[in-house]
Design a protein around this ligand. Structure first.
Ligand SMILES: Cc1cc2nc3c(=O)[nH]c(=O)nc-3n(C[C@H](O)[C@H](O)[C@H](O)COP(=O)(O)OP(=O)(O)OC[C@H]3O[C@@H](n4cnc5c(N)ncnc54)[C@H](O)[C@@H]3O)c2cc1C
Length: 451
């Protein structure tokens, strides 16, 4: 089976590794770095920066744990070198692993040349590769509105912030979704004053209001200013910084502006018309439950096709696609169940959720049992000096089946895996309550919520 994959992000890499393990003849084409935007620009550098900010915050909190006052200055070149080293290290180890599995990696820009041909432009040389199956996994690029001109110094997109040339004195962030709030947290913890422009009345408009409220409380207590109900419509560089104008006439002044308003799929130069692959008006490629496009041997995955734009989803799709291409697991029972996907927001406190949300259950008129236990009652949270947040567990009142949950608090991104597993394994609250967890541990709050 000749399987050609365009794009070496989480979707492409996982598909390549799985298909070659299953005996496929795999060619992976990447125009930039193996690991994709996820490793180079998104998940990894943002979390490396957040980890640095968390260390600064921990030092500041030392006094509360009985330590002498400790502070940290920022060494921007060292921070940049660390962020780069993590991305480079991951790219190198992934490349080594794929090569050792026999994947042919081609550095170049690819497009469809026909239904079974991919054209690769590698340093001006063109190569045509024949394929029995093709995966398009070219990801997405940050959306830039027509009212802002990115200069990389005062007006930035996320990719220019790892770190920017100087830590902003007063950063304005436009975009109050997951990416926006992570950057608010990142720069606040690194010492910037931050104003977040929130177009509606709630940060994280798609999340549980109680969860969003917990984050807003924390932002406000750490000095973040929230400009609610303000839709940005213009941005200009002034003598001393930037000015952002809003639809309602407000002008917000700061030293720098960061845009975090979503992304656009990289589908423009893919030669989709050459093969007859359909796209939506947004540029995304519609796919079925096997991630097949309108042509059954051409698949699309990750940000290019998915509405759940997560590296974890991209990888899972890549694995499933490879299995399908290689003739495995075609039964309906092995499709990805996106409703069971856990996701996290790396703010402080962290936020994570999985499965059914309270609002969703009410909208569907579904009876649920909700239990909520705060971390303030937990010994480990007290020991670590951070008792903020709670575990909210949603279960079926008749059967006890775990249906969903949200966690706000330290290490929520790790703890949510317990609930994700419970949902996938069809466990009941009693299974959680009777599990013999470690003491003292934050996970005990999950067991308490299950009682
Ligand atoms: C700031 C930020 C932080 C994020 N943090 C997280 C997180 O913590 N956890 C999480 O799960 N998700 C996170 N995401 C989302 C995640 O980064 C994406 O969902 C993920 O990268 C999608 O993977 P992908 O395989 O579709 O594409 P990508 O990772 O975008 O990779 C696509 C690759 O295709 C290559 N390519 C494009 N066109 C061509 C072509 N014509 N020829 C050859 N190669 C091509 C590109 O160079 C790129 O390397 C974050 C996103 C952002 C913006």
């Amino acid at each position: 089976m000749r399987f050609v994959i365009v794009g070496g992000g989480p979707a492409g890499v996982e598909a390549a590794a799985t298909a070659s393990r299953l005996g496929g003849e795999v060619t992976l084409i990447e125009r930039s770095v193996i690991g994709g935007a996820a490793n180079l620009w998104d998940c990894i550098p943002s979390k490396a920066m957040i980890a640095a900010g968390a260390m600064v915050t921990s030092l500041r909190r030392g006094r509360a744990l009985g330590l002498p006052e400790m502070t940290s200055g920022l060494d921007l070149p060292a921070l940049r070198a660390r962020v780069d080293a993590i991305s480079t290290g991951l790219a190198a180890s992934t490349t080594r692993q794929l090569e050792s599995q026999g994947v042919r990696i081609v550095h170049g820009t690819a497009r469809l040349a026909g239904t079974h041909e991919v054209a690769i432009d590698a340093d001006g040389r063109e190569e045509i590769v024949g394929a029995d199956a093709i995966l398009l996994a070219t990801g997405s690029t940050p959306r830039i509105p027509d009212w802002a001109e990115i200069d990389g110094e005062r007006i930035l997109i996320t990719r220019q912030a790892y770190p920017p040339p100087a830590i902003p004195e007063h950063l304005i962030v436009v975009g109050s979704g997951v990416t926006g709030v992570e950057f608010v947290h990142m720069f606040r913890s690194l010492g910037s004053k931050v104003t977040l422009i929130v177009s509606r009345q709630q940060v994280l408009p798609n999340k549980d209001p109680e969860v969003a409220a917990a984050l807003e409380t924390d932002f406000l207590s750490s000095g973040v200013e929230l400009a609610k109900g303000a839709r940005a419509t213009g941005a200009s560089v002034t003598g001393t910084g930037v000015a952002v104008t809003c639809e309602d006439g407000r002008t917000i002044h700061g030293s720098h502006l960061l845009l975090a308003i979503g992304s656009v799929p990289n589908s423009g130069d893919l030669g989709l018309k050459n093969a007859g692959v359909k796209t939506e008006s947004s540029g995304q490629i519609p796919v079925n439950h096997h991630c097949q496009t309108n042509l059954s041997h051409i698949y699309a995955a990750g940000d290019l096709s998915s509405r759940l734009q997560l590296a974890s989803i991209a990888s899972a799709q890549g694995r499933k696609i490879a299995e399908h291409v290689m003739g495995l697991h075609t039964s309906v029972h092995r499709h990805l169940d996106y409703d069971k996907a856990a996701s996290a927001i790396f703010t402080e406190p962290e936020i994570a959720d999985v499965g059914l949300a309270e609002a969703e259950a009410f909208a569907a008129g579904r009876k649920i049992r909700i239990t909520k236990v705060p971390f303030a009652l937990n010994a480990k949270a007290m020991i670590e000096g951070d008792p903020r947040g709670f575990v909210k567990l949603i279960s079926d009142p008749a059967t006890g089946a775990v249906l969903g949950g949200s966690i706000v608090g330290a290490h929520a991104a790790e703890l949510i895996s317990v609930l994700a597993l419970a949902i996938t394994a069809h466990l009941c609250v009693d299974d959680l309550a009777e599990s013999l967890f470690v003491h003292p541990a934050l996970a005990e709050v999950i067991a308490a919520a299950a009682e």
